[in-house]
Write a protein that binds this ligand. Structure first.
Ligand SMILES: Nc1ncnc2c1ncn2[C@@H]1O[C@H](COP(=O)(O)OP(=O)(O)O)[C@@H](O)[C@H]1O
Ligand SMILES: [Mg+2]
Length: 280
């Protein structure tokens, strides 16, 4: 660890206060007036520390993906504040964000569309190391990439393959290896086990459990059983606001908000042991 700041458990890695985001509604645009503004995020408070995993749940369209993108400053907030490692980045320009981007990473739902189809797996994993100047040259980067592949339990033989040659679960491992390559302080995972079969989901969640001590993890999912198995805290989103947040066990056992109760009732929890991915 380079400075005390990064290991201080009191200081959150990421902190959002009253975060708002308005986007133009292109569907509502007319030639005679500007596109109306949609309020996508309507005042979000969130804080996540190193070693902590927070789940973001909510029905489709509640704003989870947009929140993830805003936390990574892929959108500039309309209002509120966003701090990363203690620095205010709410309106920071890309030149200032650039050196921080190595320490804030994301993993997406569909790795096939986020992994360059023409690049070999080792180069995909090595890419952050090269683009953030964390290695001397490509050969060092490839060496590191192979270690990272081992970390996510992919054998050396995957290094020279291409994304389309891999299964969904294997591609998601590559996405994780790439995300952790630069030793990020914040990882945002958006629906990364959706669409995988249950045993592959369990393997991916086990991997996340192994990496979560080193980083702050924001785990977005509409699948409550997955969130319950992985997350320390959960935040329930509804129409761009957080209606409830708290320790995962408490929220699941005693949901306080009607919306959370409806969500728990409407999404059938599979007949799964809460420890289905193995106890932590
Ligand atoms: N680029 C955009 N421009 C306008 N509206 C958007 C944009 N991206 C998302 N939205 C709208 O924001 C709302 C939240 O979307 P999203 O964050 O994808 O929700 P979730 O991930 O919870 O399903 C939706 O109503 C969606 O239509
Ligand atoms: Mg989404």
């Amino acid at each position: 660890m380079s400075t005390m700041r990064h290991t201080d458990p009191v200081l959150p890695v990421l902190e959002a206060r009253g975060l708002r985001l308005h986007l133009a509604d292109r569907a509502g645009a007319r030639w005679f007036r500007k596109a109306p503004r949609l309020e996508i995020l309507r005042g979000i408070d969130l804080s996540v520390a190193q070693g902590e995993t927070i789940g973001v749940v909510g029905e489709s369209g509640s704003g989870k993906t947009t929140l993830g993108r805003t936390l990574l400053r892929l959108y500039e907030p309309t209002d509120g504040s966003l701090r990363f490692e203690g620095q205010d980045i709410t309106h920071a320009r890309e030149e200032r964000l650039r050196p921080m981007r190595a320490r804030m990473q994301c993993i997406f739902q569909d790795p096939l569309s986020s992994l360059n189809p023409r690049h070999r797996i080792e180069d995909i994993v090595a890419q952050p190391l090269l683009s953030f100047g964390l290695v001397r040259d490509r050969s060092e980067a490839r060496g590191r990439a192979r270690q990272l592949l081992e970390r996510v339990q992919l054998s050396q033989s995957f290094a020279l393959r291409y994304p389309h040659e891999l299964s969904g679960g294997q591609r998601q491992r590559v996405g994780i290896a790439r995300a952790i390559a630069a030793s990020p302080k914040l990882v945002i995972a958006d629906e990364i086990v959706s669409g995988l079969d249950v045993s592959t989901q369990a393997q991916i969640l086990m991997l996340l459990r192994e990496i979560r001590a080193e980083t702050a993890l924001v785990f977005i999912s509409h699948d409550l059983s997955v969130v319950r198995a992985l997350c320390d805290r959960v935040l329930v989103m509804h129409r761009g606001v957080v209606v409830e947040q708290g320790a995962t066990d408490a929220v699941f056992a005693r949901p306080e908000h009607d919306y959370t109760r409806d969500l728990l009732a409407s999404i059938p929890l599979p007949e799964r042991d809460p420890n289905w991915i193995g106890s932590a």
